[in-house]
Design a protein around this ligand. Sequence first.
Ligand SMILES: Cc1ncc(COP(=O)(O)O)c(C=O)c1O
Ligand SMILES: N[C@@H](CCOP(=O)(O)O)C(=O)O
Length: 461
Amino acid sequence: MRYISTRGQAPALTFGEAMMTGLARDGGLYVPETVPQMSKAEIAALAGLSYEDIAYRVMRPYIGDTFTDDEFRGLIAKAYAGFGHAARAPLVQLGPNHFLLELFHGPTLAFKDFAMQLIGQLMQAALAKTGERITIVGATSGDTGSAAIEAFKGLSNVDVFILFPHGRVSEVQRRQMTTPAEANVHALAIDGSFDDAQARLKDMFNDFAFRDRVRLAGVNSINWARVLAQVVYYFSSAVSLGAPHRTVSFTVPTGNFGDIFAGYIARQMGLPIDRLVVATNQNDILHRALSGGEYRTDGVKPSISPSMDIQVSSNFERALFDAYGRDGAAIAQLMDELKTGGFSISQGALQTLREIFSSGRCSEDETLATITRLRDQTGEVLCPHSAVGVKVAEGHLGATPMITLATAHPAKFPDAVERATGLRPALPARMADLFDRSERVSRVPNDLEALKALVLERTGH
Ligand SMILES: Cc1ncc(COP(=O)(O)O)c(C=O)c1O
Ligand SMILES: N[C@@H](CCOP(=O)(O)O)C(=O)O
């Protein structure tokens, strides 16, 4: 199994190399050269297995010889041992043909834990073999950062720097990033949006001298291993509703397009998925792109679902790569145009995307109303991101069962939930003292040179 870049100019890598590399050296994202297939019989055989066993069978073909079978099984077991639900990703029924996939039972209460806990294990195992020391820099709109810190804090061979937009994450999210006391954790509040943080992160990767000097690694969904780990719950949930004998659809609250791209990969592998519905908040670039064919940024608008306040959706590049017939030069050209505001998707590529993806947008008022209504009708308390998903899914219900991804726990966004329901959801007991812990954070400018200097100084490179 080899991985190739979406821009066609970087060397093909093994799974282990792609995981440790993050962004390709031509600025592209790694994708599998060919997507492994699962037959109907292999998918049917997943029924009744534990989440860990499904994870092993779905991911094993992608790993090559980076880990032995036993090592890989052991790392998966460790990754999910700390989850607060035996099923890991339980399904709850919301209506006759509508199901909610709860992805918030991990240590930091968001779907990011599914991939980050696993990457933490895989990277540690890989580093133990090479004896290397790495510097992880991540950009976050709130959840990736806390999940990454949880997965890497205290490790002696990893420094982890997390850039989050100052004042634009919830207080719970901020405290999850700023209260860990471990010296290898560096929470950085950047003056700007998530898009600025992600752009500076990519700038660091594109500065090869810096990248090599600090041995830069990435744990955002630009890293293929992140996407791969998220493919698993598409299989586990679809199989529990009768796949491969029954086709399902998914609605995914979307920002950086990583989670829904994992669903696309599950579909490419053979899982019978009818529609993948992109659900956006008022930062609706993906909805506009899929409905009108124009991918144009118009500035991030802060919302009550802050983790989705994104305009430059990194992983859309991976979907475009396939839609443009895997033409790396065409993708490089589009990404150049994006630097000056956006691009038009060709008619052929748009048609290809629309064969799989649908989309919808949910306003701020609709988000709050959905939280209120769902609590009243079903007892389920949604976080605002999951509410965006549910509202958009409701516009796409039909004969095929719809699974909406619940991407975070409502207690991460207590202000929005209180506005909608009058109730402040409680944090789990293990986090009950989160507001009593002292915070450690550095305010940083949206400036590449200043950020590089800070990383060099803190890591002693
Ligand atoms: C709670 C929550 N929901 C949805 C999303 C969007 O996911 P993606 O960026 O993979 O599209 C994010 C951020 O990634 C998130 O933190
Ligand atoms: N919503 C994310 C943004 C980063 O996305 P990623 O999946 O690329 O890491 C967050 O919460 O940080």
